[in-house]
Design a protein around this ligand. Sequence first.
Ligand code: PXG
Length: 457
Amino acid sequence: MTTQSSGADWRALDSRHHLHPFTDTRALAAEGGSRIITRGEGVWLWDADGNRILDGMAGLWNVNVGYGRAELADAAYAQMRQLAYYNTFFKTATPPAVELAAKLAAMTGLKHAFFAGSGSEANDTMVRLVRHFWNLEGAPRKKTIVSRLYGYHGSTMAAASLSGLPAMHRQADLPLPGFVHIMPPYAYDCARDGESPQVFAERAAKALEERILELGADTVAAFVAEPIQGSGAVIVPPDGYWDEIQRICARYDVLLVADEVICGFGRTGAWFGSDLLGIRPDLMTLGKAITSGYQPMAALMVGDRVTDTLVDKGEEFYHGFTYSGHPVPAAVALANIALMERERLVERVAQDIAPYFQERLREAFTDHPLVGEVRGVGLLAGMELVEDKATRRHFPKLGQVGSRCRDHSFRCNLVMRAVRDVMVLSPPLVITRDEVDELVGRARQAIDATAKDLGRI
Ligand code: PXG
């Protein structure tokens, strides 16, 4: 196969040999196979059939600086020429890994970095480290980790156990023992009629306290959560939620872990979701936009409480990956962060493009007959498609209307994700106002087409 091959050729070969993640293989083949993406520039993608597509998801929430940034390619090339690989085991390190650890420590306020290749690996590392920590503290019963329904923390055995997705659990007899889930602060779905945001925030946070008391505080190791839930369908917690969560973690001596894999690196208009929401976690997982997706890389940031114990009382920590701190992604991460700083991308999100994006979406959809709620922060947004706006009633078979809308969006050459029946957007941080207008216009076409199918307009 060459780059001259047609989309149809690629699709046929793909269907014959490639098992895709999170995909019903038979259904994909029946629909004619995959869209083959061949090129990217800014917020735009091209497929093998010559279509130009607006990427409203920045890849998988990660291509924050947009496609085609030569300096990230140059950083990878230069590092490969200088030293393509060396490890960080056995008393060695490389300059990019060291420099990145120091940079991330300065950015997050958590002084140590443990590197991994994906968000899932970083979360697995977190589970290993949290268990080791409590053993070293002389509290070997303190092992259960609490996370939330609709949380997504990755797909390895431990990360899938942390994730609050029953469909994932069902296929692999998960969660593993020692992983439990509480309700998310998902007001649209879970708030009672007439319940104020403050009362709901308190009730959702108190779910953590109730679970800790039920399990016994001496058995609960950590609470793990995304500042704003991404894949769960952009669940923005109501004010007060995180303050209460932090009080509860402190009261019962439960470690607090912020999963910043989506929220990190400017997505919310702050460098980290924790900065935006006033969260002071003991540990933080980073991934995705740490390299804007140009190389696979992730990190677990570890604060002093845990490292002090690890270093003072610890023996060797028997954990690590061949590619922990790989110099090429580390060099790319440094170049990516330098680029974001130079172009002031995070400030741009906070002060200019995110307010514009959020306003345009609200203008287009708040009064739309199919849209129950438009929500979001920074360049994260979700539009809830519902059967009845007045009562917030969902469609009976959750997910069907969402996939229909996603298919319409596909035909409009817009990448917009469906989570259940929530249409989700997370464009690159470099998106311009004109491109936001284009994105909102295409999203409107897709949602209107869905509403027409349902006889709602
Ligand atoms: N934490 C969070 C908050 C994530 O969103 C992971 C951990 C795991 O990262 P890795 O690199 O192991 O995938 C994620 C990943 C989607 C989608 O379609 C979201 C993710 C991955 C794939 C698809 O929403 N998030």
